[in-house]
Structures are given as structure tokens and as C-alpha cells.
Design a protein around this ligand. Structure first.
Ligand SMILES: NC(=O)c1ccc[n+]([C@@H]2O[C@H](COP(=O)([O-])OP(=O)(O)OC[C@H]3O[C@@H](n4cnc5c(N)ncnc54)[C@H](OP(=O)(O)O)[C@@H]3O)[C@@H](O)[C@H]2O)c1
Length: 223
């Protein structure tokens, strides 16, 4: 029997490196992706550019406004800078009930060029999404995956993706999505209050990248 075509995955702020990188890899795996932007025409432009890189048999990449993404997609990745995430969700949250929202934001700032975690007041950016959108199913994921590596289709990925959520069905759905991308392994990291640890790994990875002139990711051993 032919495999059922997976549901389209949406991105808020899908025009940045992480949104484009994840959309590219998911589209290659056969998933349709909807790249949202504050400016619908920018979303379309980036989606057209992405489409040009897709091999035959890929999912479709389409551009849209962020609003349209929430209207059309049951699973939406939030790929907006942390500093803009709260205001964006305040505006769009009436459209979010029932959606699976995947929080990727890393609350981080550069002080003297060195990455430092930022205190959110919510425990983590992921928990902030859950507080702002209480009727959505919030999952934390992809915090430690570098956009630059996703965007290079000839780069072989080899890393884990830590997943946090209260809702196990939503976590499972995102886990299935991670598994579609060769070289990424989903790892259940527990409930949302673990998200702070996942998010804080990223400033460390960026420091390691600089120290070792490397592109680091994470692998959990013993599982
Ligand atoms: N880059 C990475 O390697 C990486 C890795 C792990 C996690 N993350 C997290 O993933 C998220 C996206 O990262 P990124 O590097 O792709 O970010 P980015 O390029 O800085 O921003 C992504 C998109 O967000 C939208 N945006 C920017 N400022 C906004 C504002 N004030 N209000 C509403 N939308 C705004 C823009 O889309 P439009 O202008 O089209 O609206 C932009 O293209 C961040 O939270 C980051 O912490 C990134």
C-alpha cells in the first residue's frame, strides 16, 4: 500500500536559516512545507528559492503569511528569534488553539561576542510558548541543530534532537517528523520543564564551535 502523504508542516518566520533549513530537509523527505513570514511576498520568494533546490519526489514548498500558516497547518514550527517570539504569539495566538506548536527559540544574547543564556521569567522559551498559547500542544525541539548544516544538502547529519512536551501524542508526532530527516535521532527529554536545559545547550555548542573551529551537535549516549 502506498504511504499516506504526511500533513503539511508550517513555519512562523520560515524565511530565516533555521526555518529554511528544516523546511528543506522535510520537503526532501516528502513533506509539504508552508513558509510563513510577516510579509507574504517574502515567504513566497524564499519558498520559490527552496523549491529550486528540491529533487524530484520532494514535498512542495509554498510561501504564506504567518497568519495563513496558523490557519492552514495543524503542526507549526516557531522559527522566530526569541526576542520577537512573545510579541508575535501575542498577536497570532487566537489562531493557535488545537495546533501543535514546536518551539525552537533559544533565549540567548552575545555579550562581548560570547553567547550567554537569557533568563525568560518562564523557565524557558518553550514554557513561555505554552503559557502564551494554553490551548495549543507545545513541543520543544531542534534547539541544538545548526541551520547551516541543515541547509547544506550534501552534509550528512549525525546528531540527536531533544524533545520536550507535556502531551505525549504531540511529542510523538514531532518525533516522527525528526525521524524523517536522515541522521537526526529524536530523544524524549521529558516534560516541558526540561526545555530550559535543552535551550541552554546551544550557547555552549556555539562556544565549542568557536573554540574548536567546528560545527558541533549533541549525541546522548547510553540510550
Ligand atoms: N540559526 C540556527 O542555527 C538555530 C539553531 C537552533 C535554534 N535556532 C532558533 O531558531 C529561531 C530562528 O533562528 P534563525 O537563525 O532562523 O532566526 P532569524 O534569521 O534571526 O529569524 C527568522 C525569521 O524570523 C522573522 N523575524 C525576525 N524578526 C522578527 C520580528 N521582530 N517579529 C517577527 N518576526 C521576526 C523573520 O522573518 P520575516 O522577516 O520573513 O517575517 C526572519 O527571517 C531562533 O529563535 C533561534 O534561537 C536557530
Amino acid at each position: 500500500m502506498p504511504e499516506t502523504r504526511p500533513q503539511a508542516v508550517g513555519f512562523l518566520g520560515g524565511t530565516g536559516p533555521l526555518g529554511r533549513g528544516l523546511a528543506l530537509r522535510l520537503a526532501v523527505s516528502g513533506v509539504d512545507v508552508l513558509l510563513g513570514s510577516r510579509d507574504q511576498s517574502r515567504g513566497r520568494e524564499i519558498a520559490a528559492d527552496l523549491s529550486g533546490q528540491l529533487p524530484p519526489g520532494s514535498g512542495e514548498a509554498t510561501g504564506a503569511s504567518n497568519r495563513e500558516v496558523l490557519e492552514r497547518c495543524a503542526l507549526v514550527l516557531i522559527t522566530i528569534p526569541y526576542q520577537a517570539m512573545g510579541a508575535t504569539l501575542e498577536e497570532l495566538r487566537p489562531l493557535a488553539p488545537g495546533r501543535i506548536l514546536v518551539s525552537t527559540a533559544v533565549p540567548m544574547e552575545f555579550l562581548g561576542g560570547v553567547p550567554h543564556p537569557v533568563t525568560t521569567g518562564f523557565g524557558s522559551a518553550t514554557e513561555q510558548v505554552a503559557q502564551l498559547c494554553p490551548d495549543s500542544l507545545v513541543v520543544g525541539a531542534f534547539h541544538t541543530v545548526a541551520a547551516g548544516q541543515l541547509l547544506k544538502l550534501d552534509h550528512t547529519l549525525d546528531e540527536d534532537v531533544l524533545l520536550t512536551a507535556h502531551d505525549s501524542a504531540a511529542k510523538e508526532r514531532v518525533s516522527d517528523l525528526v525521524e524523517r530527516i536522515p541522521g537526526l535521532r529524536p530523544v524524549d527529554a521529558g516534560s516541558l520543564d526540561s526545555a530550559r536545559f535543552c535551550e541552554q545547550l546551544t550557547p555552549l555548542l556555539l562556544r565549542l564551535n568557536r573554540l574548536h573551529r567546528a560545527h558541533t551537535g549533541i549525541r546522548i549516549t547510553g540510550l
